[in-house]
Design a protein around this ligand. Sequence first.
Ligand code: SF4
Length: 203
Amino acid sequence: MPVLINFKICDNAKECGGITACKSGAIYWDKEKKTIAIDNSKCTGCGECVKECPVGAIRLAKTDEEYERIKKEIEEDPRKTSDLFVDRYGAQPIHDYYLTTSENFDSEVVQSNKLTVAELFNDDSIQCLLDSIPIKDLFEGIDIKYKKVELKDNSLLEKYEIKELPSLLFFKDGKLLGRIEGYKETKDKEAVKQEIKEITSKS
Ligand code: SF4
């Protein structure tokens, strides 16, 4: 069962979590060529390396058909590593700039006189970067302040009766305009953008 690496989005570092996760030595650091390399004859198909890659650059094909499909996907992937270094909905924040705390939630989000959206998340709700939607894509053309809030307790969940994380809560001048609950993937992007347009048009 071959493993494939999408080097278009892989940072090709010897600290790769996939190398550490691979107990059979099938995925390794080639010292001479200074690159991550694969010896598929040693691969057991356990999938542990795939779980370790935060951007989905390591792929595992279980059949020949799947191998051809993944190979084609990689060949046609228009992304490059820099495309991944943007903040995304449902992903660990890259920039501290967007982060705020539960303690500052009221002053920075709820009472803001500017249209503001807060993404509430916790450790369990963080998803792979591969399918997460870049924040800038979601709010294209909308003048809005964006904040990410990592929840350490249930106080905000209870106060706003949130059932699923990550969630987006929209506020202006102390008023909750609307919410979108649950993780959304790239395939949901247009539908989410439409929902956002409807919520933010109330401001
Ligand atoms: S699928 Fe398992 S054996 Fe194969 S390269 Fe990944 S971690 Fe190693």
